[in-house]
Design a protein around this ligand. Structure first.
Ligand code: LHQ
Length: 261
């Protein structure tokens, strides 16, 4: 399928989605929100995809909502409706995708762009990356899931301060606070992420997917519920080819050949 605002590439189990409106630092217009959502759903349906990389073209990851675009909307424009029809579907598609999503954060991630970065499962950042909860700069409250993700990762006091000051969080500070998993020199980002994703794509994908589901579910569960749910998911994982193969490979002292099923 041809896309207008993103690039979609697929090779060796890894799908790479590149936000591609570099002139605006990859600001989200309606088409880019829709196409990115579609691309994640497509990854969910394709068993050949076992890991997804999300990155931005040019010097930005994403500057969030295209402000020029919303400015042109008429009287009847509802931001709530825009969020519900757009960003909420995108964030949900990412969280519900039972495959690891690696955010390759190549530059600034601002506003809704920060939210989308947080909906990735793992973030590897360039040393030129930065994060801005830019919403208050334009008199808005954080959206696109940032109120849910960020306090869980860095704590409420830090998240609230970032929201009301809209200060830029550097890649190094993001690493220290656990917003990103790793920071690498800018020129090494693409190769590092592709190698990392290729490794994940060789892994026990069913277990990776169920683990993502278990961890998201656990946020809303009691310990008792989480224990029960783990037992249920483990039953599923233990019926997989990958479990048989993993144990067999261990006993035969060889690397496992996982198939993701
Ligand atoms: C942009 C944008 C942009 C358009 C850079 N739009 N062109 C949800 C629902 C509905 C309504 C509102 O919002 C939301 C959620 C949100 O996401 S709210 C937050 C929206 N985002 C922002 O407020 C961030 C706006 N951008 C910036 O503050 C700066 O561009 C940052 C700090 C991201 C980067 O600064 P610089 O590196 O200095 O780059 P720049 O400002 O020179 O931008 C480069 C170009 O990209 C420039 O265009 P030009 O034609 O002058 O080269 C900007 O106008 C354009 N651009 N962000 N969001």
């Amino acid at each position: 399928m041809a896309y207008e605002t993103i690039r979609f590439q697929q090779a060796d189990g890894v799908a790479t989605i590149t936000l591609n409106r570099p002139d605006t630092l990859n600001a989200f217009n309606d088409t880019m929100i829709r196409e990115t959502t579609d691309a994640f759903k497509r990854c969910g349906k394709d068993p050949a995809v076992r890991c997804v990389v999300l990155t931005g073209a040019g010097r930005g990851f994403s500057s969030g909502q295209d402000l020029g675009d919303v400015q042109q909307r008429g009287e009847g424009f509802s931001i709530a409706e825009h969020l519900r029809r757009g960003y909420h579907r995108l964030i949900r598609a990412m969280v519900r995708l039972e495959k690891p999503i690696v955010g390759a954060i190549n530059g600034v991630a601002a506003g809704a762009g920060f939210g989308v970065a947080l909906a990735a499962d793992i973030r590897i950042a360039s040393d030129k990356a930065s994060f801005i909860l830019a919403f208050s700069r334009v008199g808005l409250v954080p959206d696109s899931g940032t109120n849910w993700f960020l306090p869980r990762i860095i704590g409420q006091a830090r998240a609230y301060e970032l929201a009301i000051t809209a200060e830029r969080l550097s890649a190094d500070q993001a690493l220290a606070w656990g917003v990103v998993n790793r920071v690498v020199p800018h020129q090494e980002l693409e190769a590092t992420v592709q190698e990392y994703a290729a490794r994940l794509a060789q892994g026990p994908s069913l277990a990776y997917g169920l683990t993502k589901r278990a961890m998201y579910r656990a946020w809303e569960q009691t310990l008792e519920e989480a224990l029960a749910y783990e037992a249920y998911l483990q039953e599923t994982a233990a019926r997989s080819h990958d479990y048989q193969e993993g144990v067999q490979a261990f006993l035969e002292k060889r690397p496992p050949r996982f198939q993701g099923r």
